[in-house]
Design a protein around this ligand. Structure first.
Ligand code: ASP
Length: 448
């Protein structure tokens, strides 16, 4: 590494480009390409230039972790819609702490805004910090905290809310907040968008800025949710692995389907509600045709100001169907007092419960064990895409006859499990609720 170009240093560089010489200033990041330097500019963007094209004019060591001004210190335009960022943590709030050498550090919500100053052109921003957690650590009590924070934001006249969240369980929490607001006929007063990022904000390849711009755009200017079309809560993430567009997904119809790609979030059995295009300083929100058309054909629900909560004591045991599933797992679960079982079925939602060759007695045992249970047993889809359909094979019919639930589910599997938790939390009749379309989570078309 050339002198003065150590990661974390604040540098001023002279650059020779095809258009002549220019100067840039920023903080040195780990290089995105061999023989290049990567700099985070003051506007939040990262740029890389060949080392041979630069001259170091000045270089100073960064001070460790300066305190950021709160977002209220930033110049705000009160004429813009008000959006509150509810901050829970995740990669979107993480950075490599280059100055101390520590592996990661956490952003404060105000720093997120500082890194993406374009946000202040879209909305008058407020922040509410719930925590700085990675989302694998999120529990139903955090769902309840987020629900309360959204209620409070709307009570205090926010037009929309953005929840920053780790990506691993983002679709689960987003579904939980959707059922909380719209599971029993409600419709939130404004828009709620969840956002995360696959790469931390200070990496050259970060998707954080555009995902956040898109989420704030939806929260500020998106249409009033209908409550019917799974639009009470949406997820804003990269549309492809390139920059330039983010998809606005229905919370109950999206899932993290890749552990590292920037377009990890893909729709499940549906297509996005809208796209936010971000190019050359222009940020444009386009509703997709199917969503626009559906909006015209329904009467939006009455707006409600309170959302439901989740019972934090509910225990749901999940298991995976396949060669290893036996009565033992089911008995262990029941012995430990669970409220419901969820089994991720194979294919259309099948379990190993028949013994056609007369050489797999454990299948018959499993059949009998499941038949005897009185607690709800929900089948979801290991394939992720496609419905749970227990009408196609006789196996599925047998499963329905012994009371297994889930036939017809077309939401994401995680949304179905959250719906079960929601029903249990409010002592709703689980078989009835699982067969209903509460907020648009059930894509009707794919069963046809
Ligand atoms: N494990 C992290 C989380 O879910 C990953 C991320 O944020 O993207 O919080």
């Amino acid at each position: 590494m050339a002198q003065g170009l150590e990661v974390g240093n604040r540098v001023r560089l002279k650059l020779t480009t095809l258009d002549g010489e220019t100067e840039i200033e920023g903080v040195v990041l780990p290089s995105a390409l061999p023989d290049h330097i990567t700099i985070k500019l003051a506007n939040g963007y990262n740029v890389s230039h060949p080392l041979e094209s630069i001259e170091v004019l000045s270089s100073t060591k960064s001070e460790p972790t300066a305190t950021s001004p709160s977002v209220s210190d930033a110049p705000q335009n009160q004429d813009l819609p008000t959006v509150r960022i509810i901050h829970t943590g995740g990669t979107i709030a993480s950075k490599v702490d280059y100055t101390t050498g520590a592996v990661t550090a956490q952003f404060e919500p105000s720093e997120l805004v500082e890194h993406v100053p374009e946000l202040l052109k879209i909305a008058n921003l407020q922040v509410h910090k719930i925590g700085n957690m990675f989302s694998e650590d999120i529990r139903p009590n955090h769902w309840n905290q987020i629900i309360e924070a959204t209620e409070q934001a709307f009570e205090e006249a926010c037009d929309g809310v953005v929840v920053t969240h780790g990506t691993d369980t983002l679709h689960i929490t987003a579904s939980a907040i959707a059922f909380a607001w719209s599971g029993q006929g409600g419709n939130p007063p404004g828009r709620i968008a969840f956002v995360g990022s696959q790469r931390s904000s200070d990496r050259a390849s970060s998707d954080a800025a555009q995902n956040l711009i898109s989420a704030v755009k939806w929260a500020a200017e998106g249409p009033q949710p209908t409550g019917e079309l799974s639009d009470a809560v949406v997820v804003s993430m990269h549309e492809t692995s390139d920059d330039g567009a983010c998809s606005i997904h229905a919370a109950t119809g999206v899932r993290k389907l890749h552990s590292s790609r920037r377009d990890a979030f893909r729709p499940v059995n549906t297509t996005p509600l809208a796209t936010v295009r971000i190019e050359n300083k222009l940020v444009e929100l386009q509703l997709e045709g199917h969503y626009q058309e559906a909006r015209m054909n329904i009467v939006p629900r009455t707006i409600t100001t309170k959302a439901d909560r989740y019972d934090e004591t509910i225990v749901i045991r999940q298991m995976v169907a396949g060669p290893w599933l036996t009565t033992r797992e089911v008995e262990d679960a029941v012995g430990s007092n669970v409220d419901a079982l969820v089994i991720h079925g194979t294919g259309l939602g099948h379990l190993p419960i028949e013994n056609p060759n007369d050489d797999a007695p454990q299948n018959i045992e499993l059949h009998q064990a499941l038949e005897q249970l009185s607690l709800p047993i929900l089948i979801v889809n290991q394939c992720i895409h496609g419905p749970v359909n227990m009408n196609v094979y006789s196996k599925g019919r047998i499963q329905q006859n012994i009371g297994l639930l889930g036939h017809g589910i077309t939401s994401s599997p995680e949304a179905a499990v959250v719906k079960l938790h929601f029903a249990l939390s409010h002592q709703l009749d689980v078989p009835t609720i699982m067969g209903q379309n509460l907020l648009g989570e059930q894509q009707q078309t794919i069963l046809n």
